[in-house]
Write a protein of this length. Structure first.
Length: 350
């Protein structure tokens, strides 16, 4: 084995929630060969495997993980092709996502500017089709280089292969645990205009047309105000970001929800049109109207004082405390609006 498989490694510090027990085995892979070797080690020893990136979308059990945690830390960004104004940029899975966005914006490449400030690493972004402020990685990803654990070979998946939808892809649905993302290639526009479709950004700039750098700064400012960038000085960012997805419901279901809201003398239910038959309801609104406020606290856990959707570790929280608050929120929202909130983070070792 050309690199070290460690034993009994604490995982909490590798996550943004700072919660969780130990991994029985742990490997930090910095090359494709190391990824393959670590997976062979797991196969030979009949170990379960969990693939870790930057740890910003996981809740790890207090008991830890009874298998191999393999952190994919491959580095490198390359601009490898130009066609007219379309530039292909390939980033290895272990690159910090926001550093990658900065790299693109500094080179005047359009397509990921609204995704500034999202924690985690490049390899995690196709998994839940990361999105924010009106942009998703599915709009620019053209290829994902993966190790296919089923057929034990490296494969290249196209955008269509990835089956991207709101916060999902084949990586976290139909083919969960099959592919290890090694790198992703993005098609970006040279000197393209920033995407200003989200209300917060439109309000920020008014009539002014910003450039890519200004857009990135605006997104970082707006996100900081909501504690949605990781800042060690800001205890509200000891979270996994949004803990629940915004539910997507049919128009009929939406009318039922509106009726329930009116019965409880609640004002109009906000929504965003998804297509002709479905709408998305802000989970934060549902949570607030079900009786939880920003800064709500329950022992060692609570809601961010700046964002109702973020469950925060107030210090020394256990995974069990987070789950208890998750359950309480889900059950109140269900009883008020007949809506099942689905968590966004991945639960590991439960
Ligand atoms: C403060 C805060 C704000 C956030 N804001 C947003 C936001 O605006 N929009 C948004 O979409 N998300 C947001 N998130 C969630 C999170 O940052 C993203 O989902 C991020 O892409 C996760 O990447 P990661 O490297 O941290 O993955 P991890 O948390 O390490 O893993 C998440 C999942 O991806 C899998 N995975 C990770 N790397 C790989 C790989 N190389 N190959 C295969 N599978 C892999 C893991 O197995 C796991 O299932 C936020 C989180 C925080 C803490």
């Amino acid at each position: 084995m050309s690199f070290l498989i460690e034993k009994n490694v604490s995982l909490a510090e590798l996550t943004t929630l700072k919660i969780g027990g130990r991994a029985v085995f742990f490997a930090f892979a910095e090359s494709e060969t190391e990824v393959v070797e670590a997976l062979q080690f797991a196969n030979q020893n009949k170990l379960k495997v969990f693939i870790l990136g930057g740890g910003s979308n996981v809740l790890i059990a207090d008991e830890g993980f009874d298998g191999l945690v393999l952190q994919i830390a491959l580095k490198g960004i390359s601009i490898f092709s130009r066609k007219d104004k379309t530039i292909l940029v390939k980033a290895q899975a272990g690159e910090d996502w926001d550093e990658f966005v900065k790299f693109c914006v500094e080179r005047n490449l359009q397509g990921v500017e609204c995704l500034s400030g999202i924690p985690g690493w490049v390899g995690g972004t196709p998994v839940q089709n990361v999105g924010a402020y009106g942009q998703e990685v599915s709009e620019t990803i053209v290829a994902v280089r993966c190790f296919d654990r089923k057929n034990e070979k490296i494969v290249k998946l196209s955008n269509a292969d990835c089956q991207f939808a709101y916060r999902t892809s084949l990586f976290n649905t139909t083919e969960k645990n099959r592919y290890v993302v090694l790198a992703a290639t993005f098609a970006l526009k040279a000197e393209g205009e920033p995407k200003i479709v989200y209300r917060d950004l439109q309000n920020y700039f008014g009539d002014r047309k910003p450039n890519l750098k200004e857009t990135r700064e605006a997104v970082l400012n707006i996100r900081s105000e909501k504690s949605m960038v990781i800042n060690p000085q800001d205890s509200n960012s000891r979270s996994a970001g949004s803990f629940f997805k915004n539910p997507i419901v049919t128009k009929e279901k939406f009318m039922e929800i509106e009726k329930l809201a009116h019965l409880s003398r609640i004002d109009n239910v906000p929504f965003f049109k998804v297509d002709d038959n479905t709408v998305k309801i802000p989970a934060a609104w549902l949570i607030e109207k079900s009786g939880f406020h920003k800064g709500f606290q329950k022992g060692t856990v609570g809601l961010s004082t700046n964002h109702t959707l973020a469950i925060v570790n107030l210090g020394n929280a256990k995974a069990a405390d987070i789950l208890a608050l998750r359950d309480e929120i889900q059950s109140k929202v269900k009883s008020c609006f007949q809506v099942e909130l689905k968590p966004e983070p991945v639960f590991v070792g439960f």
